[in-house]
Design a protein around this ligand. Structure first.
Ligand code: PLP
Length: 391
């Protein structure tokens, strides 16, 4: 198989960092014991899980490592946060507030609660740049509201939401607040005590850790009904033998994310801004989605190109060795445009022409130069074939 020379889809997943892979290895073959067992090799595994928990707690500024619950990824963390809170607090109320641009792990968890368990969900609008207005959250809170769940940063268009402002409102109203921070962790500094969130989801494979492992931060005192019934692992909040190598990998990735955040993000932000200004300058009829500057994820570039389909851009980039994404969860084979692009007000035909480029630790100035060299020609070629386009 021919490898893509240039990987610009780091929001989908990231390569496992060498240090992370090295840290994980012993827990496959040497210290492979079950952390619940008593003998030495098992206790080595249990200690490694404990150390990883401390590292994740440190990355988030949590008060205690007991506030970290390991899961099988961001999707499970979102499910546990939303369904677990709903079930634990259903005697208090049955109303949940979220936004229209959440990841499907959040939207489908909310829809599940509506469909099967009789909860009511308010889906808040966002503005043209993808921002949730904290005033809208305030106005939507009712006496029976038990949970607000708003993402920290959007996985398609990179908008960083006003989480601190929203948390202030939920705290005043004594409503639990969850944030899906899967795309924000490692990209922007996070301190759960400064932000005052109650629950926060993250995923290892977005921060150069392994796939299939994540965590949910649960503020001390939060009520949560387990969604995975089984053993007493994770303080009875998530049954199942721990994925020890995965958790060790997440811990190492969290440590590296904290150490490298400033330098990495300064560098990546420069590449992002070069891509944005280059595309704006070289190609006509483009729309930058999401905000510019500090309220945009440092690694996110997302454009709509009028008159064409995002899928054909991806195929043409792939032929030139560049891996990218349309940004939408619905990939090939689906005619549905992105719910995020519709929510920020694009009509279907514009929403279909999207391209997301997301940068990571391995990207260089040369990658950006190459992309900017080839993209204008690709867009022109596809437009020349498009019945919607006339010069
Ligand atoms: N939430 C957001 C915002 C995401 O971007 C993703 C993955 O793309 C998820 C949740 C799901 O995470 P995972 O792939 O670890 O299940």
């Amino acid at each position: 198989m021919i490898m893509n020379k240039i990987y610009l889809d780091n929001a989908a997943t990231t390569p496992v960092a060498e240090e992370v892979f090295e840290a994980m290895k012993p827990y496959f073959t040497n210290s492979y014991g079950n952390p619940s067992s008593v003998y030495t090799t098992a206790q080595e595994a249990a200690m490694a899980v404990g150390e990883a928990r401390e590292r994740v707690a440190r990355l988030l500024g949590a008060s205690s490592d007991r506030e970290i619950i390991f899961t099988s990824g961001g999707t499970e963390a979102d499910n546990l946060a939303i369904k677990g809170t709903a079930m634990a607090l259903k005697s208090k109320g049955n109303h949940i507030i979220t936004s229209k641009i959440e990841h499907h792990a959040v939207l489908h968890s909310c829809q599940y609660l509506e469909k099967y368990l009789g909860f009511e969900v308010t889906y808040l609008d966002v503005d043209k740049k993808g921002f949730v207005d904290p005033i809208d959250v305030k106005e939507a809170i009712r006496d029976d509201t038990i949970l607000v769940t708003i993402m920290m940063a959007n996985n398609e268009i990179g908008t960083i939401e006003p989480i601190k402002e929203i948390a202030k409102i939920t705290r005043e109203k004594d409503v639990c607040f969850h944030t899906d921070a899967v795309q924000a962790v490692g990209q922007i500094p996070i301190d759960v005590n400064d932000l005052q969130v109650d629950l926060l989801s993250l995923s290892a494979h977005k921060i150069n850790g392994p796939k299939g492992v994540g965590a949910l931060y649960v503020r001390k005192g939060s009520k949560l009904t387990p969604q995975m019934s089984g053993g007493a692992q994770e303080w009875k909040r998530r049954g199942g033998t721990e994925n020890v190598p995965g958790i060790v990998g997440l811990g190492k990735a969290a440590e590296l994310a904290l150490e490298n955040m400033d330098n990495k993000n300064k560098r990546i932000k420069k590449l992002r801004d070069r891509l944005i200004s280059g595309i704006n300058k070289e190609i006509d009829d483009v729309i930058l989605n999401g905000p510019e500057g500090e309220k945009r994820l440092p690694n996110n570039v997302h454009f709509c190109f009028k008159y064409i389909e995002g899928e054909s851009i991806l195929l043409n980039l792939d032929m030139l060795g560049i891996a990218a994404s349309s940004g939408s969860a619905c990939t090939s084979g689906s005619l549905d445009p992105s719910h995020v692009l519709l929510a920020i007000g694009h009509p279907h035909e514009i929403a279909h022409g999207s391209l997301r480029l997301t940068l990571g630790i391995n990207n260089t100035e040369e990658d950006v130069t190459y992309l900017l060299e080839v993209l204008p020609g690709i867009i022109q070629k596809i437009r020349d074939m498009s019945p919607l386009y006339s010069v």
